[in-house]
Ligand binder design. Structure first.
Ligand code: TRP
Length: 335
């Protein structure tokens, strides 16, 4: 049997934060080093255009995300690391899939439905502000996945539906034109922490409660000090399970360190002390990568070269595959 293919994309809007690190980057870096799977990681810059119309932000985010992943040890010799927009076959396949995807299926996509509901709640026209990009976002994502016949797609819970849509579209295409596409499966790791943000809700750019991944030590300390806590005094027992400080601790600590901190909470550790220890733990894990990150941010040409090498490897697969798909639908030379 051929190797399992694992593939995932990162939308290039925003600055990577600790939640991205714990939930996506750290597990991906580990997978990128495995030789018993083939892994694909890409910067989804076409997807970024759906939610961000600011050219400088899209560009800056692409640089920051690429630098972060490389600095954190993504194995770019083993895994294929590329930028979506460097693969012209992806938008080409998107069109083919658009012609197989049921509009009714897209009507059910959560992201689109949420926008419609917001409009209705605000008394606007249902389509107000909704672009075709947002509406057909799952088709572009299907092309990302199906292009490389990926088996497993590590994603957050909010993306499971999109992977299932990719599966649906693939099935329909295969039924019509023959078995071209592998049916992908979402891979949601329950052990991976969903990090809480400064205010105790899920850490997310849209809530403005994130701790960016690569801050100076001083800024990192400042952010950690901003994590919301209750008013319990030093010496009063504290509940670790409802505390963001403890929850972030757990995402960085060994099981022994976690057990020890749990005991400290029972003994009434002061919030200031718990935060100081949390800063030291997180800082120790990030310091070596932070130095590499800063060096990479000053050498964008180095990052570009890595992405170009990755794109070349990706195109070596996408080009012949797309030729086959074009023929399958009846688009081929006349003689
Ligand atoms: N839509 C995904 C997100 O916002 C990013 C993404 C784009 C993706 N293409 C993909 C993820 C393909 C997995 C596979 O998180």
């Amino acid at each position: 049997m051929s190797k399992q293919r694992v593939l995932t994309g990162i939308t290039t809007s925003g600055t990577p934060h600790l939640g991205n690190y714990v939930g996506a980057i750290r597990p991906a870096v580990a997978t990128s080093q495995k030789t018993d799977v083939e892994s694909f990681y890409f910067l989804a810059d076409y997807h970024a255009l759906i939610k961000c119309n600011k050219p400088d932000e899209v560009h800056r985010s692409t640089l920051e995300i690429a630098a972060s992943w490389i600095a954190l040890g993504l194995d770019t010799d083993n895994a294929i690391f590329y930028r979506q927009s460097d693969i012209p076959q992806i938008p080409e396949l998107t069109w083919f899939l658009n012609c197989m995807a049921a509009k009714g299926l897209m009507n059910r996509a959560h992201a689109y439905k949420a926008s419609v509901q917001d409009n209705e709640a605000a008394g606007e026209d249902a389509d107000f502000g909704i672009t075709m990009g947002l509406f057909s976002y799952p088709v572009l994502m299907a092309a990302d996945i199906l292009m490389f016949n990926a088996h497993q797609i590590p994603v957050g819970r909010d993306q499971i539906q999109h992977v299932e849509m990719a599966r649906d579209i693939a099935q329909r295409f295969n039924h019509h034109y023959g078995e071209h596409f592998t049916l992908p499966q979402a891979l949601v790791d329950d052990d991976v922490a969903l990090l809480q943000g400064l205010d105790g809700r899920k850490m997310s750019k849209s809530y403005g409660n994130t701790i960016p991944l690569f801050l100076t030590e001083k800024q990192l300390k400042k952010h950690i000090n901003k994590i919301k806590t209750n008013l319990l005094e030093p010496g009063e027992p504290k509940d670790p399970d409802s505390s963001s400080v403890f929850q972030i601790w757990q995402a960085f600590a060994t099981p022994e360190q976690t057990a020890a901190m749990r005991e400290e909470f029972a003994k009434g550790i002061a919030w200031g002390e718990a935060k100081k220890q949390l800063f030291e733990l997180v800082n120790a894990e990030l310091t070596p990568a932070r130095e590499r990150y800063e060096a990479l941010m000053k050498a964008p040409a180095e990052i570009e070269a890595i992405l170009q090498a990755g794109a070349q490897r990706a195109r070596a697969l996408s080009q012949p595959f797309m030729d086959k798909v074009r023929r399958a639908v009846g688009i081929r030379p006349l003689a």
